[in-house]
Design a protein around this ligand. Structure first.
Ligand SMILES: NC(=O)c1ccc[n+]([C@@H]2O[C@H](COP(=O)([O-])OP(=O)(O)OC[C@H]3O[C@@H](n4cnc5c(N)ncnc54)[C@H](OP(=O)(O)O)[C@@H]3O)[C@@H](O)[C@H]2O)c1
Length: 298
């Protein structure tokens, strides 16, 4: 089958189309004919070799953590899903014509398959960040990167729960953040003064940007308690919590799918590209210049 492949570690340019053996759905798994693949910064970190100190990636490798598609093979011990069902979920080699999923949720008729493929990774991270920070109704949560996949979902879920959210984004994305129900402000120099003018107290801070915002966050919060980053390793030297322990859950993904179908939350999709343009798409994601999710369609 056709897949996006890398044979060596490096920049996005090492990604190319290739032929790889078809995977089989083992016990507890299902195989889908892939209709859409969400790209993530994590794919870039694995491809660059940056994760080799944590776990080994055998080459040639196929990237892709999240896909949506139609089930074409059901492994042993799997119940509740059948050939022909459209699902979205987690995989490890998704940027291909076929992928094996380990956890999934049904994609109802009202949900576009591209939207569905964009949901698992940011959805899991957003819900985890909210569980850790636990902002209460009436509290103020500062979200760095509120226009992005994770930050945008956190913003929408927190606003819906009665939390006051101040969300940072580029000038181009202020309206998106305001539409999520947050007070939008730009990132960059003068951030502390801008946030102080908007809120006397900041009760919790989430950093999804990884762009050196932790010192300002500590200043605004008045300490490191309830300051969380999902992406900035500087956290370790500053005494800030850095969480990357993902806990995917089919139930949680099903709930998120339901919220998207009901129009209560959305994930911005910036680009839909063919598999052959994986290098271009992943380059945008790696640089943080995508302006929303990038999704590949085989
Ligand atoms: N720890 C975990 O478990 C975990 C899980 C999944 C992902 N992640 C990481 O979380 C990060 C965010 O993922 P994502 O999918 O949400 O990415 P994304 O959609 O690309 O969002 C990135 C956000 O950062 C903002 N940003 C860009 N430059 C900035 C700057 N200089 N200062 C402040 N904000 C800036 C962007 O705003 P504009 O677009 O408006 O410029 C955007 O809102 C990635 O690094 C990813 O690797 C971690």
């Amino acid at each position: 089958m056709r897949a996006v492949v890398f044979d060596r570690f490096g920049g996005p340019e090492v990604l190319h189309l290739g032929e790889v053996p078809e995977p089989e759905a083992g016990p507890g798994r299902v195989r889908v004919r892939v209709e859409a693949v969400g790209l993530n910064a994590f794919d870039g970190k694995v491809r660059s070799g940056a994760m080799e100190a944590v776990f080994r990636t055998r080459l040639p490798a196929v990237p892709g953590l999240e896909v949506a598609g139609v089930v074409d093979q059901v492994g042993a011990d799997v119940v509740g899903v059948a050939e022909g069902d459209r699902i979205t979920g987690w995989t490890s080699r998704g940027a291909a014509e076929l992928a094996v999923l380990k956890l999934w949720a049904p994609v109802p008729d009202g949900l576009d398959v591209v939207q569905a493929a964009a949901l698992p990774v940011v959805g899991e991270a957003a819900r985890r960040a909210l569980r850790i920070l636990d902002p209460k109704p009436g509290e103020t949560l500062l979200v760095h990167g509120a226009s992005g996949g994770i930050g945008g979902l956190v913003t929408q879920l927190a606003v819906a729960a009665g939390v006051t959210v101040i969300g940072t984004a580029s000038a181009a994305n202020q309206e998106r953040v305001a539409a999520y129900g947050a007070t939008a402000t730009t990132y960059g120099a003068g951030l502390v003064d801008r946030v102080r003018a908007l809120a006397p107290t900041v009760d919790a801070v989430l950093d999804t940007s990884g762009r050196g915002v932790l010192p300002d966050s500590i200043e605004l919060r008045g300490g490191t308690d309830r300051v969380l980053t999902l992406t900035d390793p500087a956290a370790h030297g500053l005494g800030v919590e850095f969480n990357e322990r993902s806990k995917p859950s089919a139930e949680e993904l099903t709930e998120l799918v339901d919220l998207v179908v009901r129009g209560e939350v959305s994930v911005p999709v910036a680009k839909v590209l063919p598999l052959a343009e994986a290098a271009r798409g992943q380059g945008l994601v790696d640089d943080g210049r995508s302006g929303g999710k990038v999704v590949l369609v085989p």
